[in-house]
Write a protein that binds this ligand. Structure first.
Ligand code: AMP
Ligand code: ZN
Length: 454
């Protein structure tokens, strides 16, 4: 069996990956807060986890991998969006989830096995918070419930900070009801105009971090294999998830392996909604940039390195994919290259795997290229079609010339038949002879003016 090695943020080293249960490999990715179109940076870990999902399915079998990615559908940013637009919250979250699916589908990301919504797990969150209070890890104060960081010795271990460093370095919200300034909110009160649920602490809503702890527990149990998100989530979000889950279930280890992707940048700065320097995936798709091309650019940089989106990379990806699609159009996928799998198994080295694809293309190994590219989610039927040129109203003329070619062959007029064949090639029309007659397709260098000479 292929040995996979992953860089575990928890141990800060590359380790051999050994699933807790090879019959059910479990992976979780912190998903979006749904009030806005996803920006390009948001696609980075979605695509990285998509490749991980495909690799694990390849190694352990498609039925032996469970992938969960949540939708945060209760959040103050959503409340603010509803208040400023005068629209109901549920309309905003439903619309945004629809956009998210459409955008990630367009990039060829497989849908996760589970896409839990935070609002569907409030009861589990309340139960977990009650458990934390009972064990002395949390306390209620003024309608809030706070996690007591002093109660958990390993607090800070994931991100490598001490509580004292955090207090010195962080802009922590000092509130009179907090025993330690680093204590974080598990539950907070809601006024009547805000979404709220009844709880032992009054009507309120959850803090952000508790949802991932409650949902992984509900879907996977207290221990599972892989958890990920951007480096920006390591502290405080992931640190707090670990504290909540490990204190609620000391018998479980929560995530065995933590994967963190570096940020997508624009002009050397993190692309983010708060910095206002972002463009959405939909912006790019609307400009006519194919999802497959976006995917190619995004996977061209290893996930642990910062990356820049540039138009040069887009143009190169476009040209490469057109070439590969043309090369593999009439070819059945063969076996996936061992070198491609080896690169992916080496901490998801997508850039290395793509370098192997270039080698296969240069060597003319179309069957292996097709299978290996599909392993990475390229050259699939779902993402295809964009490379085929709009033939306008030249179709009937091409059909007529094909009939003429068939008649020339029947009449043994080989000179005419060959002239037509050469003419199609010059015009960039790819003709395929099948048992049911000839079919045609316009290639990327379609030039209908060449048909006039026939
Ligand atoms: P947010 O947009 O802050 O709700 O983040 C949602 C997910 O996208 C998280 O996993 C973040 O780590 C990730 N993310 C946000 N901005 C970027 C970026 N510029 N590059 C890569 N990942 C990002
Ligand atoms: Zn999370």
């Amino acid at each position: 069996m292929t040995q996979i090695r992953l860089h575990n943020s928890k141990t800060r080293q590359k380790e051999v990956f050994t699933p807790l249960d090879p019959e059910n490999v479990r992976m979780y990715l912190c998903g979006p807060t749904v009030y806005n179109r996803a920006h390009l940076g948001n696609s980075r870990n979605v695509l990285m986890f998509d490749v991980l999902f495909r690799l694990l399915r390849h190694v352990y079998g498609a039925d032996h991998v469970t992938y969960a990615r949540n939708f945060t559908d209760v959040d103050d940013k959503i409340n603010a969006r509803a208040a400023e637009s005068g629209r109901p919250i549920s309309q905003i979250t439903e619309e945004t989830i629809g956009w998210y699916h459409a955008d990630m589908d367009a990039l060829g990301a497989l849908r996760p096995t589970h896409e839990p919504r935070a609002t569907a797990y409030i009861a589990q969150m309340v139960a977990m918070i009650e458990g934390l209070i009972a064990k002395g890890h949390a306390y209620a104060a003024e309608g809030h419930v706070l996690f007591a960081v002093d109660s958990y010795d390993a607090y800070g271990a994931l991100s490598g900070r001490s509580v004292d460093d955090m207090i010195a370095g962080a802009r922590v919200e000092v509130a009179p009801y907090k025993k330690n300034p680093m204590d974080f909110v598990l539950w907070k009160p809601s006024s009547d105009d805000l979404p709220g649920w009844d709880s032992p602490w009054g009507r309120g809503r959850p803090g952000w971090h508790i949802e991932c702890s409650a949902m992984t527990d509900a879907l996977f149990g207290p221990s599972f294999d892989i958890h990920g998100g951007g480096t920006d989530l390591m502290f405080p979000h992931h640190e707090n998830e670990v504290a909540q889950s490990c204190c609620a279930h000391p018998e479980g280890g929560f995530a065995q392996v933590w994967l963190h992707n570096e940020m997508l940048q624009v002009e050397g700065k993190k692309m983010s909604k708060s910095l206002g320097n972002f463009f959405t995936i939909r912006d790019l798709l609307d400009q006519g940039i194919p999802g497959e091309v976006i995917r190619f650019v995004m996977l061209g940089t290893h996930y642990r390195k910062p990356m820049d989106w540039t138009d040069r990379k887009r143009a190169d990806a476009d040209a490469t994919l057109r070439k590969w699609r043309e090369m593999t159009a009439d070819v059945a996928a063969g076996a996936v290259s061992d070198n491609v799998i080896a690169a992916l198994a080496d901490d998801l080295n997508t850039a290395g795997a793509m370098a192997e694809l270039f080698k296969l293309a240069s060597a003319g190994e179309a069957e292996t290229l097709k299978a290996s590219a599909q392993m990475l989610g390229f050259l699939t039927d779902e993402l295809g079609g964009w490379d085929r040129v709009d033939t306008g109203d030249h179709g009937p003329r091409i059909e007529a010339l094909l009939i003429e070619r068939a008649e020339a062959r029947k009449a043994k007029d080989f000179a005419r038949a060959d002239a037509l064949r050469d003419g199609f090639a010059a015009a960039g029309v790819l003709v395929k002879d099948t048992a049911d007659g000839a079919t045609w397709e316009a290639g990327p260098n379609f030039d209908p003016s060449k048909l006039n000479e026939l």
